[in-house]
Design a protein around this ligand. Structure first.
Ligand code: HEM
Length: 404
């Protein structure tokens, strides 16, 4: 079996779009990832993605960003405002966990921080399982932790959420409820479309667990990276710090630049399902592996310029290149949460008051509005147990938001 690595931007993009290359980055994490959307291929992937896509529409994102998210954010950030300090990773995970749970279809009946912490602990274990390929721990130990966490999740969160949705769907079928009264989440659409995408009960539970981890840790890591990059840039460029305060479109641009530099997964991995010509001209045989180096592609100087390694929100991009590069993937597996987290790209005539900014820019904005800054007494540390370049802990100080 040969392993080919692709690092140039254009070739990486073409490889991600190649239909004969199947997902293979999560083989080691099968304990949670077996047969979930991200690892499916071909017709089975298309059928399930089409059903789940119904939850991920721009009108719903805009509603969510403007109506639901501010309340979740205010509640969580309020607790830290009172303390005057926070761990950025913990804060972001707590906010985004509620968000991902809403999209996945997991109820939190208590609605308190103890319940969020319970879910956070379970989802942290799912994440470790999903990216087992990058783990530095004993993999069998991690697998048994994931099995235990799945069983606990099933009993405490999943079964009650499932039962509530099944009851609502029965009421809907009996004409006692309208469509708009049903929850808008992945679990509900899967139950509604069981004829199109039949899934064993255990797989449906893992699909929902996969959503929780896919959305929350990537968002939390992106928030920490973006806060760090923007703070560092603003310290050296005070005119941009002032601009960020009154130009949210510029802040969104800064976050996109940070997303480019820190793809959630540094590499995407694929397996040739048949002999295939790779975009760089090499030939891969069936079962050969292709490593698409997203980090390197996103720093390709031929596309992003000689300073591609550095954060520069004023970078001029070639026509058709997205400011976040390949960070949300492209092709069949393009991230379903892309517009939710990164927002919509502004156009020349965009109305900044009605624009959809994305959850990560809004989180960074909320932090900057509270004068959040790295805590000089407690330096940030890198994440352990993974070779991925993420922050493990990022202590910050913050003030109370000045309200008019
Ligand atoms: C900054 C945050 C995020 C980043 C950087 C990110 C990145 C990615 C990437 C790179 C992929 C494709 C992986 C591949 O091709 O191998 C992906 C897929 C996916 N993401 Fe995200 N993601 C983020 C947030 C979210 C959120 C918030 C959700 C859900 C609420 C989500 C749901 C998904 C799903 C369901 C897939 C699988 C799509 C498919 O296989 O068809 N992601 N994400």
């Amino acid at each position: 079996m040969n392993v080919f690595t692709i690092s140039r931007y254009g070739e990486a993009m073409d490889a991600l779009k190649e239909a004969q290359l199947a997902q293979s980055g999560y083989d080691e994490g099968a304990v949670i990832m077996a047969d979930v959307l991200l690892v499916l291929h071909g017709a089975a992937h298309r059928a399930r993605r089409l059903v789940e896509l119904r939850v991920f529409r721009r009108d719903f994102f805009r509603y969510y960003e403007q109506q639901v998210f501010p309340a979740t954010l205010a509640q969580t950030i309020g607790e830290y405002e009172t303390l005057g300090q926070a761990d950025l990773i913990e804060f972001s995970v707590r906010v985004t966990l509620n968000l991902t749970a809403d999209f996945a279809g997991i109820d939190r009946p208590a609605g308190d921080s103890r319940e969020t912490e319970h879910l956070r602990r379970l989802v942290a274990t799912f994440s470790e399982g999903a990216i087992l390929v990058h783990s530095t721990r004993d993999k069998e130990v991690v697998r048994s932790e994931v099995r235990a966490a799945l069983a606990e999740f099933d009993a405490t969160f999943y079964q009650p959420s499932l039962a509530r949705r099944q009851a609502l769907l029965r009421q809907f079928a009996a004409g006692q409820l309208g469509l708009e009264q049903l929850p808008r989440d992945v679990l509900t659409v899967l139950l509604q479309n069981a004829d199109k995408v039949a899934m064993p009960a255990e797989l449906m539970m893992r699909e929902i667990a996969f959503y929780l981890q896919a959305g929350s840790h990537s968002t939390a890591n992106a928030t920490a990276h973006a806060f760090h990059d923007v703070s560092t840039w603003c310290a050296a460029n005070p005119q941009d710090r002032a601009r960020i305060g009154h130009d949210p479109l510029f802040l969104q641009r800064c976050v996109h630049e940070s997303l480019r530099l820190h793809p959630a997964s540094p590499v995407a991995q694929r397996r040739a399902v048949c002999p295939v010509a790779l975009p760089d001209g090499r030939g891969a045989a069936t079962d050969d592996r292709v490593v698409i180096d997203m980090s390197a592609a996103n720093r390709d100087p031929g596309v992003f310029g000689v300073d591609a390694e550095h954060f520069n929100p004023h970078r001029v991009l070639p026509e058709g290149v997205t400011p976040w590069g390949l960070t949300f993937g492209v092709g069949a597996h393009t991230c379903l949460g892309r517009d939710l987290d990164g927002g919509v790209l502004p156009r020349a005539d965009t109305d900044s008051a009605a624009h959809q900014y994305g959850i990560v820019p809004l989180l960074v904005q909320a932090l900057l509005q509270r004068n959040a800054r790295p805590d000089p007494a407690r330096p940030a540390t890198a994440a352990e147990n993974t070779v991925r370049a993420n922050w493990g802990s990022y202590p910050i100080l913050l003030d109370t938001l000045a309200r008019e």
